[in-house]
Design a protein around this ligand. Structure first.
Ligand code: FES
Length: 158
């Protein structure tokens, strides 16, 4: 049984106005994203149906969480922090370099489909600035050579 099916079964047992339905919104978004790769409009509507939230409320939350993707992404997602601490430690240049190395604008999928690079608000890794997160793995401090090695790994070249 998939996580989405488990969640659906759990929510079906709760009354429609139960606060647990609304609280399950992030889990529902994550479960649908795990199945589909990203949260398209149909998935937003599905989350709204499951949780009792409006599609606008789900849309707002999906936009707020940087780990929820509203458009297709590459096989790997590299989030590079662009908040103050990282920006002051080379994060802005790192983003520019990452964009050039990936061959695609930020937010787009690299031509080989391997990676999407997304700027992110603070990742909570300020002590590792400039910091990044790839597929849930915390990285930092990242420099240009570490970034190049990372992209080779994500492309399966190492
Ligand atoms: S400012 Fe970059 S991780 Fe916090």
């Amino acid at each position: 049984m998939s996580k989405l099916q488990e969640l659906e079964r759990h929510l079906a047992q709760l009354p429609s106005a139960h606060p647990g339905r609304r609280a399950a919104v992030v889990s529902a978004m994550q479960a649908l994203q795990a199945e589909r790769g990203y949260l398209d409009d149909a998935a937003v509507a599905e989350v709204a149906r499951l949780t009792g939230l409006s599609t606008t409320e789900v849309e707002e939350l999906a936009t707020f969480y940087s780990l929820i993707y509203r458009r297709p992404v590459g096989r790997h997602v590299l989030l590079i922090c662009d908040s103050l601490c990282c920006a002051m430690n080379g994060g802005e240049q790192l983003l520019t370099t990452a964009e050039q190395m990936s061959g695609a604008p930020l937010g787009e999928i690299s031509p080989d489909g391997a990676v999407s690079i997304l700027p992110s608000i603070c990742l909570g890794l300020c002590d590792r600035a400039p910091a990044a997160l790839v597929d849930g793995e915390a990285l930092g401090p990242l420099d240009e050579s570490a970034l190049a090695a990372l992209l080779r790994r994500l492309r399966g070249e190492d």
